[in-house]
Write a protein that binds this ligand. Structure first.
Ligand SMILES: C[S@@+](CC[C@H](N)C(=O)[O-])C[C@H]1O[C@@H](n2cnc3c(N)ncnc32)[C@H](O)[C@@H]1O
Length: 223
């Protein structure tokens, strides 16, 4: 098992046979029926890169994520908590995550995940209205966003303006088809890149194929 770029994400195997893991912060607890790998008394949870754009971007060679032990993260589009649970392993018990989604059906599941993980809090809110939660969320080290909305770049930008510390990292999983189904994904990605460059330093960019079709992943740093 080797660690990828000191990201606290580990891999076993090569090429199509690679599997990815995080070190379990809460050993013996599996929230998603994931496979467990044990080594030298430690427990690692397998994370599916086809189900997690964060892990897909790391698998595609991301050089920086900003997500590390002790990070405070605002996670937009937390859904049932799948990727948030692995990020919770990475930030550890000195980090904290505000895990937000606007769909009550998925937040119900998210609440159960957060009950087992002391470093995560669920929030039922709309990411396009950050003013709703400005009194609940502090300045954070990382804003992560994975929501399939037409105005996803504007939503990301607003949340970074309001909550991201200077020098903090913004991670944006972008679905081109939610922005415009009629245009070539690459064109949409380049347009978004230009838009983000007006305000932020872009430190990395990956297309997520073959893990996800028509998705790109941007890493920005707040100036
Ligand atoms: C692709 S899923 C996220 C999957 C999750 N990031 C993971 O990897 O486990 C997208 C989620 O974004 C949520 N979403 C979409 N628009 C939103 C908004 N404006 N505010 C909050 N959540 C939103 C949806 O309810 C959905 O649960």
């Amino acid at each position: 098992m080797e660690e990828i770029n000191k990201f606290k994400v580990f891999r076993i195997g090569k090429g199509k046979n690679t599997s990815y893991y995080t070190r379990s912060l809460y050993p013996k607890y599996r929230g998603f029926d994931e496979n467990i790998f044990r080594q030298k008394g430690e427990e690692f949870r397998e994370v599916d890169a086809e189900r997690s754009k964060f892990i897909a971007a790391i698998a595609k060679g991301l050089s920086q994520t900003g997500v590390k032990e002790g990070s405070v993260v605002l996670y937009l589009g937390a859904s049932h908590g799948y990727t948030p649970s692995f990020m919770s392993d990475i930030i550890g018990d000195t980090g904290f995550m505000f895990a937000l989604d606007f769909a009550p059906r998925v937040v119900r599941d998210l609440v159960f995940v957060c009950e087992r993980r002391a470093n995560m809090a669920p929030m039922l809110d709309d990411a396009s209205h950050p003013e709703n939660y400005k009194d609940l969320v502090p300045q954070v080290d990382v804003v992560f966003q994975d929501i399939a909305q037409r105005n996803q770049v504007e939503i990301f930008s607003k949340n970074c303006d309001m909550f991201l510390k200077q020098g903090g990292f913004g991670l944006l999983a972008l679905k081109s088809r939610s922005i415009d189904v009629t245009r070539k994904p690459k064109e949409v990605f380049m347009e978004v890149r230009k838009e983000l460059e007006k305000k932020f330093n872009i430190v990395d960019y990956r297309e997520l194929y073959p893990f996800e079709k028509d998705h790109a992943f941007f890493v920005i740093k707040k100036k």
